[in-house]
Design a protein around this ligand. Structure first.
Ligand code: FE2
Length: 154
């Protein structure tokens, strides 16, 4: 079983547990578009890995290590979605793509992504390069300088 598959289950169980208190096999099957017997089989495996606590007929809940994995996934998801929105992607698409890519990001890329987001969002002054990019994105024009009227040094 791939780590992507495990992470997808952990994400769905996390969301269902938050919503309903417990993640039922049938709900997981609907969310992941997988047949219930396959879900049950996977839940046994995740239980063996100590990522969930699974009781047949009751459903699954995340264990402490499962919760830790879910939180890490959410941080990766948020960083990717934030990055996509910074470069002009709409929120829905940014979240959709983040959810797919979050399973394939190395710790190093994730660290640098966070550094970049921090820099782009919390700079001491507005990052002019980002304004330039937004202007270029909308107009396709990269020759005209939009900061001529401003006194802020680049
Ligand atoms: Fe996600």
């Amino acid at each position: 079983m791939s780590s992507v598959t495990i992470e997808q289950y952990i994400e769905v169980i996390y969301a269902l547990e938050n919503e309903k208190g417990v993640a039922h096999t049938t709900d997981i099957a609907v969310e992941l578009n997988i047949k219930p017997p396959s879900v049950t089989e996977m839940l046994h495996k995740l239980d063996d890995l100590d990522l969930i606590i699974y009781e047949q007929y009751h459903g699954a809940k995340l264990s402490n290590s499962g919760k830790k994995m879910a939180q890490e996934l959410m941080l990766r998801h948020k960083a990717l979605a934030d990055f996509f929105m910074i470069i002009g992607v709409d929120e829905e698409t940014a979240n959709f793509d983040a959810c797919k890519i979050e399973h394939h990001v190395s710790p190093e890329t994730f660290k640098q992504l966070n550094q970049f987001i921090k820099f782009a969002k919390d700079g001491p002054c507005d990052p002019l390069w980002l304004e330039h990019f937004n202007y270029f994105d909308k107009t396709g024009d990269r020759k005209k300088c939009i900061c001529q009227s401003r006194n802020t040094p680049i």
